[in-house]
Write a protein that binds this ligand. Structure first.
Ligand code: ADP
Ligand code: ASP
Ligand code: MG
Length: 606
């Protein structure tokens, strides 16, 4: 007999008929000899409707009242589903988040779960009752027991957290698609179902726009090793399993906030090549990385900055023994770049190399929506007097490229700051031969809800990234795709660089205000915001050390004449910022380019 947590999303409980169908499935699971805890969302588009109502009354409703309002949606569903179960002769009880004891931080509208009391749940389970829990909500630990919500889409997180707290055998997420697909089937018709995906890959996909799972749900599954499956509530098909490696044992106290970082890694076999003042037109990244791929050079990070005037910088890191050849490739394309636009450029494009660099990385699932973690890494390095040359972020890692002379110092201070007692891990890329079997790209995602911010003329000295991202973190703004321009500009005798990053659109104004207020003191220039962007990404844990993967993505965009505004990579993803109105076209082009399309018909039940 197993203990199973099942979660049903809005569409799956969108009508009385659907609620009755869910009740039938739950009873079937119980009759097969299992104990069942059910987590439900609000019916259909109820939450959207409530948000709309609030905005008809106030353009800026208080977060506390929003939680009070939105949490009602789930309360309707739990009562109706319990009644439906009782009608089928199945003893059942509905419980709100507060009644269960899902205790969260006091941050309204985006609270994290601190712990879950299991005694009441265990009592009901012992009596043979099915427990129907309201997803997405909790109660603050404060004296006033405030109702909180976990953020849109957060019922998935409630379900996996409950499964972890109860040490359930597994957690099933029932939704309106047959599982996790290579792309959102509403945007890419020929997307295909995956039978399984790793937690790390799913964390990236979810955070980069695939809303089939709440990223924090995946984070909890990874941290506690909770088996997780996404399935259709309309069929008995097996769905997609999200697999996690054996986790280090961890306490249930501080469930979503304890130990965001569980390892410090480094790689000293790195060198940097930067191409400065590249004309801003489609096809250049494609050409550069196409050539690098032809030569089978091992590229790790790729970063393309926002453009200044009408030129970009592209920087990438390679293993040290690839440096000479990579530099030659970069030099070889310079004539072609100048040939097209000689007069419009202030200075000609140029190649810059940095042979002695190292990459230090903090890794762990627990950084999502916690901007303070990356900020702490930057300030730790700054306090040790270490300048950061490049930054690469993913959902499970933040990496900084630094001078190789600083790497031992960096590791010691980072291990100390994040309380890592095991020695740091030397991460060498996997040898290429082992990687050819599987498609290196598992899925693609599109995020249309991002904005791009650029800070001009940031003084180039240790501590600037730390100050900027700490300020944003203090205001609860999470950033992604942090990019520093490679070229320096001397202003009043001070070397400066531009720093650009992406944030959720809803945080863009806060970010702008915070930075504009701080700019004079920090000695930075203007803050530029672009809301009309789209971020397209490819994800796959087998892409590391395969230079042809990024090249193929850039080429697919070039074939559609799509200009790339920013590039950022990590070991398991490549993201490009493009114009908002080209986002869907870009998504379809890259899905096709990696041969992810198939002929299997995917049923979307809504
Ligand atoms: P629920 O209400 O069940 O939580 P959601 O709307 O939150 O459902 O998530 C399911 C939706 O996620 C699907 O209908 C689909 O449009 C979207 N989606 C986005 N990316 C993917 C993907 N890679 N695989 C499957 N579904 C995806
Ligand atoms: N009802 C909430 C929402 O629509 C939570 C969820 O469905 O996961 O965001
Ligand atoms: Mg959802």
């Amino acid at each position: 007999m197993a203990l199973i947590v099942q979660k049903y999303g809005g569409t799956s409980v969108g009508s009385v008929d659907r609620i009755q169908a869910v009740a039938q499935r739950v009873v079937k699971t119980v009759n097969a000899g299992n104990s069942v805890v059910v987590v439900v969302s609000a019916m259909g588009k109820t939450t959207d409707g409530l948000v709309k109502l609030a905005h008809e009354i106030s353009s800026n409703p208080s977060r506390r009242e929003m939680d009070m309002l939105l949490s009602t949606g789930e309360q309707v569903t739990i009562a109706l589903l319990s009644m439906a179960l009782q009608e089928l002769g199945q003893p059942a009880v509905s419980l709100t988040g507060a009644q269960v004891g899902i205790v969260t931080e006091a941050h309204h509208t985006r609270a994290r779960i601190l712990n879950i009391a299991t005694d009441r749940l265990e009592r009901h389970l012992k009596k043979g009752e099915v427990i129907v829990v309201a997803g997405f909500q909790g109660v603050s630990r404060t004296e006033d027991l405030e109702i909180t919500t976990l953020g849109r889409g957060g019922s998935d997180t409630s379900a996996v957290a409950l499964a972890a707290a109860l040490k359930a055998d597994f957690c099933e997420i029932y939704t309106d698609v047959p599982g996790i697909l290579t792309a959102d089937p509403r945007l890419v018709e020929d997307a295909q179902l995956m039978t399984d995906i790793t937690c790390d890959e799913m964390l990236e996909l979810a955070s980069l726009g695939a809303k089939v799972l709440h990223p924090r749900a995946v984070e909890i599954a990874r941290n506690y090793g909770m088996p997780l499956v996404v399935r259709s509530s309309w069929t008995d098909d097996p769905g997609t399993w999200v697999t996690s490696p054996m986790p280090q044992p961890r306490s249930l106290e501080g469930l979503e906030i304890a130990r965001p970082v569980d390892a410090v890694e480094f790689d000293t076999d790195q060198a940097k090549v930067a191409l400065l003042r590249v004309p801003d037109r489609p096809g250049i990244a494609s050409r550069l990385f196409g050539e690098i791929a032809t030569q089978s050079l091992d590229v790790d990070l790729v970063i393309q900055s926002i453009h200044e005037g009408n030129t970009n910088d592209i920087a990438f890191t390679v293993t040290k023994n690839s440096l000479n050849r990579a530099e030659a490739v970069a030099n070889a394309i310079i004539p072609a770049l100048t040939a097209h636009q000689p007069s419009s450029l202030e200075k000609a494009p140029e190649v810059m190399v940095e042979p002695q660099i190292a990459k230090v990385t903090i890794a762990g699932a627990g950084m999502i929506g916690r901007p303070g973690v990356a900020a702490r890494m930057f300030s730790t390095l700054a306090n040790a007097g270490i300048n950061i040359q490049m930054i690469s972020t993913s959902e499970v890692k933040v990496s900084c490229v630094i001078d190789q002379r600083d790497y031992e110092n960096a590791i010691v201070t980072l291990c100390h700051a994040f309380d890592i007692t095991q020695s740091a891990i030397d991460r060498q890329p996997k040898p290429q031969e082992t990687l050819t079997a599987q498609n290196p790209v598992r899925g693609v995602a599109l995020d249309l809800k991002q904005a791009q911010l650029a800070i001009r003329h940031v003084p180039d000295r240790p501590g600037m990234a730390a100050k900027i991202f700490q300020l944003l973190a203090d205001n609860n703004v999470s950033v992604d795709m942090i990019i520093q321009s490679q070229r320096c500009r001397v202003l009043n005798g001070v070397m400066t660089r531009d720093i650009a990053f992406t944030v959720a659109q809803m945080d863009a104004e806060t970010a702008r205000t915070v930075l504009e207020t701080a700019a004079p003191e920090l000695g930075c220039g203007e803050i530029v915001v672009d809301m009309a962007i789209a971020k397209v990404s490819i994800v796959g844990s087998e892409m590391v050390g395969q230079p042809g993967v990024a090249a193929r993505m850039f080429d697919a965009l070039y074939q559609q004449k799509i200009n790339i505004q920013m590039i950022a990579t990590s070991e398991i993803k490549v993201s490009c910022v493009v114009a908002e109105d080209q986002g869907v076209m870009a998504l379809r082009a890259i899905h096709h380019a990696f041969g992810l399309a198939g002929t299997q018909t995917i049923q979307v039940s809504a």
